[in-house]
Structures are given as C-alpha cells and as structure tokens.
Ligand binder design. Structure first.
Ligand SMILES: Nc1ncnc2c1ncn2[C@@H]1O[C@H](COP(=O)(O)OP(=O)(O)O)[C@@H](O)[C@H]1O
Ligand SMILES: [Mg+2]
Length: 295
C-alpha cells in the first residue's frame, strides 16, 4: 500500500494544499487514506481546523516503538483521516540525532496498517521528520510553483530524494513533479513550466494546479473544495492530478511492466471530451473528477 511523501525544500509551494486535496480526492473515491502532518509548524493540522493533540495522539506516535500503526488515535475527517502534528516536534527532533533515527516511520508502518494510501506532508526545512518520510516512502511528489525559488527548492528536493534512494531506500521511485499555483498570465510561469517539463519529462504530471481562490480558503473539519464547490477549477485540477497519481500509485496489470503511463488511454479521456465544451476546462478532466462529481 503506497506511502507518498509531499516534499519541496522551499516553503509556500503548495505541499500542504496538495496533501489535503490529494487525501480528499482519493478518500472520496473510496480509498482509505491517512494524511500525516510531519511539519513541526503543523500547518496541515491547523488548516484542517484540528486542535493540537497530546503527543501520543500526534505524528510523534510513529516514533514510539510501543505504538502499533493500527492503534493510532487518528482524527476522522471528510473522506480521510489525519494524524496531526504536536507542538513538541521541534523538541523531539533534538533527541532524534542518531543515524538510525531516520528509520522510525518506516519501521512503524512495516508493523502493518489498514490504509490504501498514506500521505506524509513535510516541512520546507530538511528535518529528521522529512528524512523519515523519504525513507518510509514508495514515492515522492514535489509540488513546484513555476518560479525561481520554488524551482531551486524542487531541484534540491529531487537531489535529496535521489540520495535517500541511493543510500537508505532503494525502493523509492523516481520523484514526480506537480506544477502548482500556475498563473497563465505570468511570463515567468510559462518559462519555468517549460524548463521543468523539458528537464524532467514524463516525471512531471500533465495536470497542473492553477491559482484558485477556492484552494486558498481554510477548510473546516476537513471539508475541502470538493465539498464546497465540485465545479471549481481547484476541484477539477486536483481531481485530474489525483487521477494521474492513481495510475502511478496503483498501476493496472495492463500497464506495460507495471510502469504506468502519465496519460490516460483514449477511452479514459471520454469524460474530458464531455467537458471540453466548458471554457474553464482547459485541461483533461478524467475519471476521478467524474467519480467525485457523482457523490
Ligand atoms: N493553487 C493555489 N491557488 C491559490 N492559492 C494557493 C494554491 N495552492 C496553495 N495556495 C496558498 O498558498 C499558500 C501556501 O500553500 P501551502 O500549501 O501551505 O504551501 P507549503 O505547504 O508548501 O508551504 C497557502 O496560503 C495556500 O492557501
Ligand atoms: Mg506546508
């Protein structure tokens, strides 16, 4: 069952927004999803309107060898569950200084759990928590806004992921990039989008997340843009991205050698054709959006 880290060494690139909407999209389409807040600043927890929990009911529980993942006290939200951050994370990090302290989450999850997908939201700073995330993951998603600093951060994150793959976690897949907060009116955005696509090719999701006021709103009790306005561009963009991720994370046996393609086959594009008359639908809108729209 895939574990996916959401990482970029630069802040403000949409990591937490991507974690929430990916968790919601997969959750609403029937997968059992856990989102884990591994940012000591706890923005995922705060954005979802969840109170700071005691340490034993926070993501720090994954660093306690006596806690089994099945016994984790998680917060149920709209379509997914959250393991929130504790304010004690910074203090806890000071004690996690041995080389083996990067293995805690991996070892905890290996005890077994009942989730179809676990998303690990990380801080911009490279902490012991982010390293734990990469070591425990099957895949890493790098949200990148097509601007200078986020692109530099994304490339540093890519290098870190490759290092972790080489030294600590050989089963970590090649990182995937997701373009976020894309504004077609900005010339720089077109330039950096082109650069990322040229450089990383098929490892950049075809779907892009455009700037959208509805995505910037805080969520209450885990209510996301899918609950508020399924027709909004934020809902469509994240549904498309989740559709693509679905093919990476849960490849069908028909995909050659288990390697998923980043584009759907023609039959899967039918829903997009249905929507193509909509002027706001500038990109593919596939099965995940259709599923969510029916709920
Ligand atoms: N597609 C988007 N359109 C508009 N605002 C966005 C979008 N994605 C994120 N934001 C806003 O940008 C800020 C940073 O996003 P966030 O997901 O917290 O980034 P990170 O976790 O990488 O620091 C937040 O205020 C968020 O609401
Ligand atoms: Mg964040």
């Amino acid at each position: 069952m895939p574990v996916l880290s959401i990482c970029n060494h630069k802040g403000g690139t949409g990591k937490t927004t991507t974690t929430i909407h990916t968790a919601a999209a997969f959750g609403l389409s029937g997968r059992r999803v856990l989102a884990v807040d591994l940012d000591p600043q706890g923005f995922l927890t705060r954005l979802l309107g969840v109170e700071e929990p005691p340490e034993e009911r926070s993501s720090l529980a994954l660093f306690d060898p006596d806690v089994m993942p099945r016994d984790l006290d998680v917060v149920p939200l709209h379509g997914f569950e959250l393991l929130p951050a504790s304010y004690n994370m910074t203090k806890a990090a000071r004690k996690l200084s041995r080389p083996t302290d990067v293995l805690w989450i991996k070892e905890a999850l290996e005890q077994g759990h009942d989730y179809d997908l676990i998303l690990l939201d990380t801080a911009a700073a490279m902490t012991v928590f982010s390293l734990n995330a990469l070591v425990a993951s099957d895949s890493v998603l790098i949200p990148v806004t097509p601007e200078y600093q986020p692109v530099v951060g994304a490339e540093q994150t890519y290098a870190t992921a490759k290092l972790v793959q080489d030294k600590l976690n050989p089963s970590l897949d090649e990182p995937l990039f997701l373009l976020t907060q894309v504004d077609a009116r900005k010339r720089d955005h077109a330039r950096y989008t082109h650069y990322i696509r040229e450089t990383y090719g098929s490892h950049v999701l075809a779907s892009e997340i455009r700037t959208s006021a509805s995505l910037a709103e805080s969520t209450h009790g885990g209510e996301t843009v899918f609950d508020r306005d399924i027709a909004s561009r934020g809902a469509r963009d994240y549904a498309n991205a989740a559709d693509e991720l679905n093919r990476y994370l849960f490849p069908t046996p028909s995909a050659s050698n288990g390697v998923p393609t980043s584009l759907p086959d023609e039959s899967e594009q039918t829903p997009a054709n249905v929507l193509s008359s909509d002027p706001d639908s500038s990109m593919l809108t596939g099965g995940m959006w259709m599923t969510l729209n029916r709920l």
